[in-house]
Design a protein around this ligand. Structure first.
Ligand SMILES: Cc1cc2nc3c(=O)[nH]c(=O)nc-3n(C[C@H](O)[C@H](O)[C@H](O)COP(=O)(O)O)c2cc1C
Length: 394
């Protein structure tokens, strides 16, 4: 059997190698234990009992870059949840300053807040209670201390109803764009919320033909760079979970369950410790597939912040998941494209171009999220590790 194989790429930077077109990998039919978290925690906790695990069961369904789920939770203080980044779960090559990690803390906080509101609690969130980590690396300082307060007049958030339905959808999209009213509704879900203050969101579709062409071109170029840079593709390989055993064991990362990829892996023909050689046909196949997806995309979303401070990154994560939940309610899919936003040197040209296109040219202005938007066939949920796996103290 040939070593060079084709595999369709599934994740935020991930790939696979396999052999024939029939091999296109996908994450369908994942083992039930990997998806158990999507069953939810059941009825709300009765008054007078500890609601924190129930809230966490919602928060862990948040989107996270590469599905790392880098959420460390300390429950030792009664009535309080302390959230930190699990520094054993970082992406040092593609997210060297941990900007996406911070956004992924924000997505978690947003879902936690929505879950608290759903049962009449106010989640009083204090960001960085022990100080703000520096801009270029993370420390053990917690991201947030969340105090839960029973309070009359807490308003539920209608987006809460979408938490179990939200998916990152990387499929090809239909050519039709969501209508203007739908885009207004999504935008208002961000701008009408405190986390959206100071953030600017924008859409690029057919009405801005030349800009749409440039979005596609930048996305394709950035993906190619990530695939062809040995250290970044190897970082993605580290988080690939191939076959039911690995998927059920880890319940994180990017799942590949195709029989052929599993077989190739089992016999050592897909070695995740070795970067593909230049010109590798597997990588070429992945780039082709990605390009088709990008070419099918009718609309791109950008979320720009005025600065790139740690609290802003967290707020951007909250804003992104709010937009995605609002889109979910309207039957609209979203798929983040972080490659050109990543701060490693090989992406510098695309980084500049997408910032210019999004009008993020003033000092500090940062495109925090860039995503495909459109209509696509439904996809299955991604694995979650379950609440207990996140607790530092029991
Ligand atoms: C900050 C951030 C960056 C992300 N970047 C990408 C990306 O570049 N490409 C991609 O396919 N998915 C990206 N994702 C989506 C995650 O891969 C996804 O949330 C994760 O695999 C879990 O799947 P789910 O969102 O369907 O629950 C990103 C998510 C977040 C929060």
């Amino acid at each position: 059997m040939q070593r060079r194989v084709f595999v369709r790429l599934i994740g935020g930077g991930v790939v696979t190698a396999a052999a024939a077109p029939a091999l296109t990998a996908c994450s369908s039919d994942l083992p039930a234990e990997a998806l158990a978290a999507w069953q939810g925690p059941g009825n709300p906790p009765p008054p007078g009992t500890d609601p924190r695990r129930w809230l966490l069961a919602h928060a862990i369904l948040a989107p996270h870059s590469h599905n790392l789920q880098s959420w460390l939770v300390d429950l030792r203080e009664p009535g309080v949840i302390t959230l930190s980044v699990d520094r054993g779960r970082l992406l040092p090559e593609t997210d060297p300053f941990s900007r996406q990690m911070m956004m992924s803390q924000g997505t978690f906080l947003e879902l936690l807040d929505q879950a608290a509101r759903a049962i009449g609690l106010r989640a009083e969130i204090t960001l960085f209670p022990d100080g703000v980590p520096p801009p270029d690396r993370l420390t053990d300082q917690p991201t947030a201390r969340i105090r839960l307060l029973a309070q009359a007049g807490v308003t539920p958030d209608p987006l809460f109803a979408q938490i179990f339905r939200r998916r990152t959808n990387r499929e090809a999209y239909e050519s039709r764009e969501p209508d203007a009213q739908a885009l207004r509704t999504i935008a208002e879900s961000v701008t009408g919320h405190e986390s959206g203050r100071g953030l600017r969101l924008d859409w690029t579709g057919a009405a801005r033909g030349e800009a749409l062409r440039q979005h596609r071109e930048i996305a394709m170029a950035a993906w190619k760079i990530e695939m062809e840079t040995p250290r970044t593709i190897l970082e993605s390989y580290r988080w690939l979970r191939i076959g039911p055993k690995e998927i059920a064991q880890h319940r994180d990362g990017i799942s590949i369950n195709s029989p052929l990829v599993r077989a190739l892996t089992a016999v050592g023909l897909f070695d995740r410790s070795v970067a593909p050689k230049p010109g590798d046909s597997a990588v070429a196949g992945q780039i082709r597939t990605f390009n088709e997806r990008i070419a099918s995309t009718p609309l791109f979303f950008t979320l720009v912040s005025a600065d790139n401070l740690r609290p802003t990154q967290v707020a951007a994560g909250r804003a992104y998941v709010r937009a995605q939940l609002a889109a979910t309610a309207l039957g609209i899919s979203m798929h983040p494209l972080q490659q050109a936003l990543q701060e490693y040197p090989e992406q510098a040209a695309g980084y500049r171009q997408i910032h210019q296109l999004a009008g993020a040219t003033a000092p500090g202005e940062t495109v925090q999220m860039w995503a495909r938007v459109g209509f696509a066939p439904p996809v299955s949920p991604a694995p979650r590790r379950g609440v207990e796996a996140h607790l530092t103290a029991r």
